[in-house]
Ligand binder design. Sequence first.
Ligand code: AHR
Length: 681
Amino acid sequence: MISNKLSRFNLQSENLNEKVMTRINCYPLLAILLICSISATGQKTKLEVDVTHSIAEIQPTMYGIFFEDINFAADGGVYAEMIKNRGFEFDNPKMGWQQPNSNSYGFNKKSGIANIIKSGTDTSSNNFCRVSIENDSGYVLINEGFRGMGIKKNAKYRFSLMAKNSKLAIQKVRIHFVDETGQVLGECSITPAARDWETYTATLVATETNPKVVLKITFEGTGVIDLDNISLFPVNTWKGRENGLREDIVQLLADLQPGFLRFPGGCIVEGRTLAQRYQWKKTVGPLWDRTLLINRWNTEFGHRPTPDYFQSFGLGFFEYFQLAEDLGAEPLPILGCGMACQFNTGELVPLADLDPYVQDALDLIEFANGPADSPWGQVRNSMGHPEPFNMKYIGIGNEQWGPEYIERYAIFEKAIKEQYPDIVIISSSGPFPEGDFFEYGTSELKKLDAEIIDEHYYNTPEWFRDNATRYDDYVRGGAKIFAGEYAAQSVRTTSPENKNNWECALSEAAFMTGLERNADLVVMTSYAPLLAHQEGWQWTPNLIWFNNLEAYGTANYYVQKLFSNHRGNELLAISTFDGKVVAGENNLFASSVKDTHSGEIFVKLVNTSDKKKQLEIDIKNQKLAGTATALILSSDQLTDENSFENLKKIIPQESELSTINNQLSLEIDPFTFMVIKIGLE
Ligand code: AHR
């Protein structure tokens, strides 16, 4: 298995030829749920929940979000900028821009032409575009957006650019939304009145809804004008912020009520090379000073090349902290530890040269938590957040393994704990949840008194069902567990044929009952990856899919949501009448929690079989209110999925149950996950 996973990046044509694994279990789903009527012939499974016996506190961080800029998650995704390559900084600085009436090999007397000027010594952040217009009726500059631009009828869009009109040769710059037939669907203009660099803004109102317009820029006047940082955002971003995030996508995140937000990844933390690692200091401060970097997923998979994938860092560390705050989630930044991705170059910083990396971690804590007049607190303050972000957790290394990691981790741990003893450090057990790397890493980390160890599992749906008991026998008393990245793979890890199908989601639900039953040990969990653009993705499956107009939650998303929205704060035992945990016997899985604030208990039940099950749940030692509500997630076929064509094929359905003599009797349909909310008297 390990060798299979070791080759998971840079897989090329091999994957293209892979056939979709068929898991067609076409059992019809009968009625969604039949309530309170136990068939006279059926065999009943009797379960009991002892409400007075709380086994452990459920941490508010139990269910969270893993965010990585993969699949156009940030640029082209939740970061609402609609212009691709707005600062002309991509490796090919005109990528994303077209001049249909210009010819690089001519004088363009009937139009004009743009050239990229590189100024200064920093070749990656000083480009601008010099447009020379010979004939203003012929010259056109077009930005194609991220696989087009999605616009909504009557919505407003804020356009801005920087221009230097040295000789005042250009009187007007006109901006238009244009559809594929050339029809204009909204326009505005600016008057570039200054001879030196100046920022201009204008608002476009879309006259139609269209998923794929482009932005056309035309000019009045002949001569030269310099342009830079050409930007376009919907006015309606999340919380109306100008450098904002897509409202619909953030709303889906907010609906999860996440306990934490892990950022910025994922492998993106480490980089394919050390030079391409994520450097948080380059992502904060004034927007236009942030240095663009190639996205590591640009070239990662030969079968899903994305040559136009770069990181503008418009969504940088400040914005991640702000998003965590908006979501009521604990911020959990993960920092590189002097190791490039071990699936790629694995470049190492010598131990003697590790200081700047360690200093990055210490400075980040000051950026997040330091007083507004401390050196890094000042940067946060200058960005509009004088109050600290109260960061409690930091991750050192993403998916690192081997002695090289342990010796680097130890240096970080010592430095951080000396200065900030209360910060909880997350460490990595590597990419696999078993095997040599895992055994070695976890045992060495325990010697270092690691507090929370991050485990990752990308595996088959069967693995998830079989591993619902994974943590039952883990040794307690040492490090806690962060299930930091997991997702069932319908074909295999990194296969482009993986689907967000019901079998995967249901198997994750079964596994999650095991996470929850062990909430004394497992204190953080997150599905990965989070977001994917319908046309710009590299990795599948993902929790949420979007295009330029719409976003939807997968069946896996609703599994996460049901667990997270019903996390409770006390873990209760749910068992068979002979005292066994419900973890796969007869294809049933269960966990149970209490919410002392709302006075409810939440029972999670998963039936992974093709047979309807009859259950009797005895609630012991606490009087129940008369009714209960079941939130049921189910689908006819294990191959079913939500999609842009059917956004809500698999979403929770609500049904009322009644309790008699402190008992619930119910039937659970084949292939069904449900949360039962039971009110206590
Ligand atoms: O979630 C996709 C990738 O899987 C992450 O970047 C990495 O941490 C893991 O290998």
